[in-house]
Ligand binder design. Structure first.
Ligand SMILES: *[C@@H]1O[C@H](CO)[C@@H](O)[C@H](O)[C@H]1NC(C)=O
Ligand SMILES: *[C@@H]1O[C@H](CO)[C@@H](O)[C@H](O)[C@H]1NC(C)=O
Ligand SMILES: *[C@@H]1O[C@H](CO)[C@@H](O)[C@H](O)[C@H]1NC(C)=O
Ligand SMILES: *[C@@H]1O[C@H](CO)[C@@H](O)[C@H](O)[C@H]1NC(C)=O
Ligand SMILES: *[C@@H]1O[C@H](CO)[C@@H](O)[C@H](O)[C@H]1NC(C)=O
Ligand SMILES: *[C@@H]1O[C@H](CO)[C@@H](O)[C@H](O)[C@H]1NC(C)=O
Ligand SMILES: CC(=O)N[C@H]1CO[C@H](CO)[C@@H](O)[C@@H]1O
Length: 423
């Protein structure tokens, strides 16, 4: 389904080749170097320790070359291999680990990898890029320390409309059937993890941390990917914990604790041309603590079309979240858009169910859809939110949406007076 069949056929082909070579003759010089390589890394699954490729764990020395050499050996191996970055602290200027490779590779990180403090030393905006792989695993309990403090000071996103010049911590591009698990990503200079063009990828047991004041340090951003599972993770950053960009399909986010940050967001959508629809998002059993928004779908007022459909938020706990439930089709931070143009992003089949906890502002639910494309098929189930502040009673605000209600809502959502206020 994800090209798995093609790839496993390739493995079979390699295995056949391998045994033919073994059984016929050893004197075909054409294969001798290949066999040597195979006998070092392929024929056995002994892990490749980056130290045997020249990495020093002295806390300063750059291991970029050592890691790349280990990667090349693993990538050329016809059998599955494991690369190990052991305990200790290592400098890592930049890493680009690319496929296609001949067999599955696991990169086990036990130690701490430190990015250079100066963001300008990282070329092309990516600190660690892992791409074009099938059956890749990143595991271990190690830490990737983006050392972002200096970069955040240079971030001008509040003023400039295009501010993706700082490096992301990680880019996982075009990975199939892969697992990212266990690691910690600390203080990325920009997005912590950017997942692009991936199929069937699970991100689990991750810890992603940056101060609530750092700009645009989204935890995990997913775009143009399908079958992405984000589970059992703790994410606290200065921006969205998880954001799903255009072309996110069949994404599930479960057992995630988020805060501080901006919450779990679909979008923003409708800012750029040729955006692909977001289809099939399942957010379950997540807890949001002291975040700006809880669960949100957002799109820009713009002539650009787009869509988000089949989006479900279920079993969510809010603790002191400023705006727990949001559909915002007038998303326009820093006045970077024309508010007069209604969003042309079509939002449909969105459900909110079993959402409880506390709102840090009186306006706990905001469902503001587009005048041009009103939201369709919005379902509101059990909601129980309280506001304990001094700025009035808890309220909701709705426009261009007629939700279907099931279960009990506290407060009542889209009550008439609220609906009238906003249009
Ligand atoms: C990943 O899967 C896609 C879709 O099946 C395929 O086109 C692509 O070649 C695969 N990539 C790798 C690296 O296997
Ligand atoms: C998805 O990826 C995992 C991890 O590599 C693999 O075990 C599983 O078989 C894949 N699922 C499909 C449907 O290919
Ligand atoms: C991803 O999550 C969904 C829903 O929880 C589940 O059905 C699916 O099997 C998961 N896929 C993987 C690869 O873990
Ligand atoms: C819900 O998520 C929490 C982590 O926030 C986890 O401890 C708990 O086991 C999860 N519950 C279920 C039913 O998966
Ligand atoms: C609640 O959230 C507000 C706004 O984010 C914050 O100022 C306040 O400290 C939080 N209160 C608690 C008890 O965490
Ligand atoms: C808040 O709600 C209570 C009870 O419904 C009502 O008596 C009171 O006037 C409301 N306060 C405001 C500021 O709307
Ligand atoms: C060089 C590069 O790919 N940078 C990307 C970093 O991440 C942002 C946000 O996803 C992208 O817009 C950039 O293209």
């Amino acid at each position: 389904m994800y090209g798995l069949r093609t790839v496993s056929n390739q493995y079979k082909h390699l295995t056949v080749n391998y045994s033919e070579v073994m059984s016929t003759t050893f004197c075909i010089t054409l294969f001798s170097s290949w066999l040597l390589l195979a006998s070092i890394v392929g024929a056995q699954s002994r892990p490749l320790d980056v130290r045997s490729f020249g990495a020093k764990g002295d806390g300063v020395s750059d291991i970029s070359q050592a890691l790349l050499s280990a990667w090349k050996a693993a990538c050329n191996s016809p059998k599955p291999s494991t690369i190990v970055i052991p305990r200790g602290t290592f400098g890592l200027l930049q890493a680009s680990l690319e496929g296609p490779c001949k067999a599955p590779i696991e990169l086990q990180v036990q130690g701490t990898l430190k990015a250079p403090q100066n963001p300008n030393l990282i070329k092309d905006g990516e600190w660690v890029t892992i791409q074009y792989l099938d059956h890749f695993t990143l595991s271990g309990s190690g830490t990737f320390d983006g050392q972002g403090a200096r970069a955040w000071a240079q971030n001008d996103c509040a003023k400039a409309s295009d501010c993706s010049k700082l490096p992301n911590n990680f880019s996982f591009n075009f990975l199939n059937n892969s697992i990212i698990s266990g690691i910690t990503s600390l203080n990325s200079k920009l997005f912590h993890m950017n997942v692009l063009g991936c199929n069937n990828v699970t991100l689990s047991r991750l810890t992603i941390t940056a101060p609530g004041t750092s700009l645009n340090t989204d935890g995990i951003h997913v775009g143009r990917s399908s079958g992405v599972n984000i589970t059992d993770s703790t994410i606290g950053t200065g921006d969205d914990c998880v954001s799903l960009g255009d072309g996110s399909k069949q994404v599930s986010i479960t057992n995630v604790v988020c805060g501080p940050g901006h919450g779990i967001s679909i979008g923003s959508l409708g800012r750029y041309k040729n955006e692909e629809p977001v289809v099939g998002v399942f957010v379950r059993n997540c807890t949001l603590i002291n975040t700006l928004t809880g669960v949100r779908v957002k799109s820009w007022p713009s002539a650009t079309t787009g869509a988000a459909t089949d989006v479900h938020f279920d079993d969510i706990t809010m603790r002191n979240v400023t705006s727990p439930i949001v559909i915002d089709q007038e998303y326009c931070p820093n006045n970077q858009c024309t508010l007069g143009a209604p969003s042309r992003v079509k939002i449909s089949k969105v459900s909110f169910n079993h959402i409880r906890g506390t709102s840090a502002s009186a306006l706990a639910v905001k469902l503001v859809c587009s005048k041009t494309f009103p939201c369709e098929g919005v379902e509101i189930g059990d909601i129980d939110l309280a506001y304990h502040g001094s700025l009035g009673n808890i309220t909701t605000n709705c426009a261009n949406v007629q939700p279907t209600f099931m279960g009990r809502q506290n407060p009542p959502i889209c009550a008439k007076n609220n609906a009238a206020q906003s249009s």
